[in-house]
Design a protein. Structure first.
Length: 271
């Protein structure tokens, strides 16, 4: 498993420091993987919302500086709440950027910030807009891009149900490119009595494409991954038990000592 960092942890620092130096600092603290989060890419992007554009030359130059690191791209995109538009300029730019930062194993994480009227309990609850993600998978498969999805309004079990349903509509070689980025802390905010780590443990190994770690204690965000509302060590054990070899990304909040907090989070999970 690769311990990793995400660029939105450095959001405030990007106003005064180049992204390349921040990636380098994360690497010195032990990060082996960097998730490049849209809106937190410095000179590697421009615009916002539908006007967002990746700067391909700068992205390629960034990853070329750190050949021992792996990278993926993460973008806020309504992949579950709106009908899929696989040929749209936005989605094509997302695929281009995902390939630019990891040509051998491109990976795009799509974060749909939408909330839904209720939690999906059965396949019949899944909206057609969410099922239309199959069209994005087909398009991404043509470029060899893995897609992982995240939505803080649905629990891990419901998103896993969606992935299974979409995979059933696709050839196996395409369907296996769709998976999840589970984040148990997000789930507790919408389903406090659930066991999100247990739901991670129940996922098939090939459905976990990325994993996010962050922590709250009594609902309050912590600056590090530590003991708290989510048993992060149990989650790490579960992922290792599956043979998961992907990235375990510390999605810790911005802080003056963010890199010390990153080191502390790595040390805690190392237990």
């Amino acid at each position: 498993m690769k311990l990793g960092a995400i660029t939105n942890s450095w959001r405030e620092r990007l106003e005064s420091e180049p992204i390349a130096s921040l990636v380098g600092e994360a690497a010195t603290r032990g990060a082996m993987h960097i998730e490049l989060r849209q809106t937190c890419l410095g000179d590697c992007e421009s615009g916002e919302g539908d006007d967002w554009q990746p700067n391909m030359d700068n992205l390629k130059a960034l990853v070329a500086q750190y050949p021992t690191l792996s990278f993926n791209l993460a973008v806020a995109y309504p992949c579950l709440s709106e009908d899929a538009q696989p040929k749209s300029a936005m989605f094509q730019s997302m695929l281009d950027a995902a390939v630019a930062v990891s040509p051998d194993a491109p990976h795009l994480r799509m974060v749909d910030p939408s909330r839904f009227d209720s939690l999906w309990q059965t396949p019949e609850d899944i909206p057609e807009t969410a099922m239309s993600i199959a069209n994005l998978v087909r398009e991404a498969a043509g470029r060899g891009v893995t897609l992982s999805i995240e939505n803080s309004g649905q629990p891990i079990r419901s998103l896993a149900m969606l992935v299974r349903a979409v995979r059933d509509t696709l050839p196996a070689e395409q369907g296996e490119l769709l998976g999840l980025c589970p984040d148990p802390t997000n789930q507790l905010r919408i389903d406090a009595e659930s066991d999100p780590v247990g739901e991670v443990a129940a996922l098939p190994p090939d459905m976990v494409k990325l994993a996010h770690f962050k922590q709250t204690r009594s609902g309050e965000a912590l600056p590090t991954v530590d003991s708290g509302d989510v048993d992060c060590l149990r989650m790490m054990d579960s992922l290792q038990g599956k043979g998961y070899a992907g990235a375990a990304i510390m999605e810790i909040p911005p802080h003056e000592q963010v890199f010390d907090n990153l080191s502390a989070s790595f040390a805690y999970l190392g237990k």
